[in-house]
Design a binder for this molecule. Structure first.
Ligand SMILES: NC(=O)C1=CN([C@@H]2O[C@H](COP(=O)(O)OP(=O)(O)OC[C@H]3O[C@@H](n4cnc5c(N)ncnc54)[C@H](OP(=O)(O)O)[C@@H]3O)[C@@H](O)[C@H]2O)C=CC1
Ligand SMILES: CC(C)(CO)C(=O)C(=O)O
Length: 340
């Protein structure tokens, strides 16, 4: 099939999104290996495989009570830990290294130490596709990996990790691919991006290439910056935000502050973004946002890259964002309680 030249793929991070991508890529016949943080999880996946539930009603997210699964799929991808991948890369022939690496860890895992190790696993022709919500990570990545090797992916797919080898595909969405810097202009670069798009599309992800990926990043950032901290602080599912007049007023203030900042930065947001935001709350009404799930599990949240990402830009440009500042302090206070 056109554009389906065999590529070696690696998915780093065997959480919700990493397991989803690996399972669907494997089902589509792609050669995808999964890199876990721990050797225990890699061993478990090698021995027992990955399990994926895909739910009925595309476009809708599964509710907490668990709808009847449309499919219960088992696949057996290659799996190894991050340290094992680093050790193998140090002695590998570059031809054995992956052509495309999908980075599926949370923003909180993208540290300078991690990136120093990761950069040594990438051959010069490889591309690293980064799926994180929030902003700030691409700047960190560019300190270790040449910008020409980096691609940004923005996705509205939804996944939930049910166990270290079991994932639920909780929402069917859209994925955009693009480069934040206008450097992917050669024919070779464009052909490679097209191949990645084809590979994701063939795996069942509706994928488009965007010439303005920053806009896509910010549309998603705005949605996450409005819904996630509010649901995490109030401990409510997404849909309830629309039912509580005071919470809805806060949503609107967060939204207006974000829109003003985007305007100042010259970033184009969707004209109907507020309606989209309300729609996400409706479509995911029973869901706990990822930030609420992190707070409930006492895991570090991605607030630093979502609310914190906006505030960083606000400070650079002098745009006041008092409501986002308050949300950041509230989330930080929650995280600081765990240190006591
Ligand atoms: N889940 C979703 O529906 C969506 C998520 N996103 C974004 O995608 C990103 C990933 O999210 P999600 O999959 O939910 O997060 P998860 O926390 O479920 O998964 C992240 C995984 O990364 C692993 N990890 C951490 N450090 C390393 C490392 N050095 N090497 C290998 N693996 C590592 C973690 O391992 P361990 O558990 O052992 O610590 C964990 O399994 C986030 O930025 C999120 O905002 C975007 C759209 C939708
Ligand atoms: C869109 C939303 C808010 C869905 O819950 C999300 O992306 C998240 O929880 O991080």
């Amino acid at each position: 099939m056109e554009g389906r030249i065999r590529m070696k793929l690696r998915v780093i991070g065997a959480g919700a999104m990493g397991m989803l991508l690996t399972a669907k890529l494997a089902i589509s016949g792609a050669e995808a290996e999964l890199v876990t943080r721990t050797s225990e999880q890699a061993l478990l996946i090698r021995e027992q495989g990955l399990r994926m539930n895909a739910y009925a009603a595309p476009g809708n997210f599964a509710d907490e009570s668990g709808r009847v699964a449309e499919a219960d799929i088992h696949v057996y991808p290659a799996a190894l830990s991050f340290d094992e991948a680093a050790a193998a890369a140090s002695v590998a022939n570059p031809a054995e290294l992956p052509d495309v690496v999908l980075l599926m860890v949370k923003q909180t895992a993208i540290t300078d130490d991690m990136l120093a190790v990761l950069s040594r696993q990438l051959k010069p022709s490889a591309r690293l596709v980064c799926f994180q919500n929030g902003i700030g990570h691409m700047e960190r990545l560019r300190r270790h990996i040449p910008a020409a090797r980096l691609l940004t992916a923005v996705t509205t797919e939804g996944a939930r990790r049910l166990s270290p080898r079991h994932v639920a595909h909780t929402g069917v969405g859209i994925t955009w691919l693009g480069a934040e810097e206008a450097i992917h202009t050669t024919e070779n670069d464009q052909a490679l991006v097209k191949k990645i798009q084809n590979m994701l599309s063939h795996a069942g992800f509706s994928t488009s290439v965007s010439n303005d990926i920053t806009s896509k990043v910010w549309n998603k950032l705005m949605i996450n910056a409005v819904i996630n901290p509010l649901t995490a602080v109030l401990q409510v599912p997404n849909g309830l935000l629309l039912e509580l007049p005071a919470a809805k007023a806060l949503m609107r203030s967060l939204y207006e502050e974000g829109r003003m900042l985007a305007e100042r930065l010259g970033i184009e947001l969707a004209p109907d973004l507020w309606e989209q935001l309300e729609n996400v709350c409706r479509l995911t009404s029973g869901n706990h946002s990822s930030m609420l799930q992190d707070v409930q599990a006492r895991r570090p949240t991605e607030a630093g890259a979502i609310t914190g990402g906006l505030l960083h830009k606000a400070r650079e440009t002098g745009v006041p964002m008092p409501v986002h500042e308050t949300m950041e302090q509230l989330i930080r206070s929650i995280e600081q309680q765990w240190e006591l």
